[in-house]
Design a protein around this ligand. Structure first.
Ligand SMILES: [Zn+2]
Length: 151
């Protein structure tokens, strides 16, 4: 189980190696992704709170990266954080997520990206529920939910 100290260690000293990497030019991403997904995944935009696909949706399944379809989060770790965005307590794997310090908007936050393609997902905060205490606050546009047993 990942804890805040692990998140800070990854952001400061380097992230775990992903299983593989998907690398494309921004032009290629722009051609492949719908505009709303491109803005979030590749330009670090934040979608509107509450008016997004998975905020209030708790059906079972795996949440994949909308850019490269790497599995990121299981619905079993999704919880109601009253933040306006889908929130998870843990990623599927230790090396699924890339952590980066983000000092934009006059805040000190930790940005989370897909570790395979580098797509922006959202941020992680140390105010999640026990036992891990993490809250992964993720844009719905960064995610695609699929049934557990596909693929
Ligand atoms: Zn990805």
């Amino acid at each position: 189980m990942l804890r805040w100290i692990d998140v800070l260690t990854f952001a400061k000293y380097g992230n775990p190696e992903p299983s593989h990497r998907v690398e494309k030019t921004e032009d290629e991403w722009a051609r492949e992704l719908p505009p709303a997904r491109f803005r979030v995944l590749r330009q670090q935009a934040t979608e509107p709170p509450y008016r997004n696909a998975y905020c209030r949706s708790y059906e079972p399944g795996l949440h994949q990266c909308a850019g490269c379809h790497s599995p990121l989060f299981d619905s079993a770790t999704k919880y109601h954080a009253i933040s306006g965005w889908p929130s998870f307590t843990q990623p599927l794997a230790r090396n699924a997520i890339r952590y980066l310090f983000d000092e934009s908007h006059h805040m000190q936050r930790v940005e989370v990206r897909c570790n395979v393609c580098g797509g922006h997902l959202g941020h992680v905060f140390p105010d999640g529920p026990a036992p891990g205490g993490l809250r992964y606050c993720i844009n719905s546009e960064s995610l695609v939910r699929v049934a557990e047993n596909t693929g």
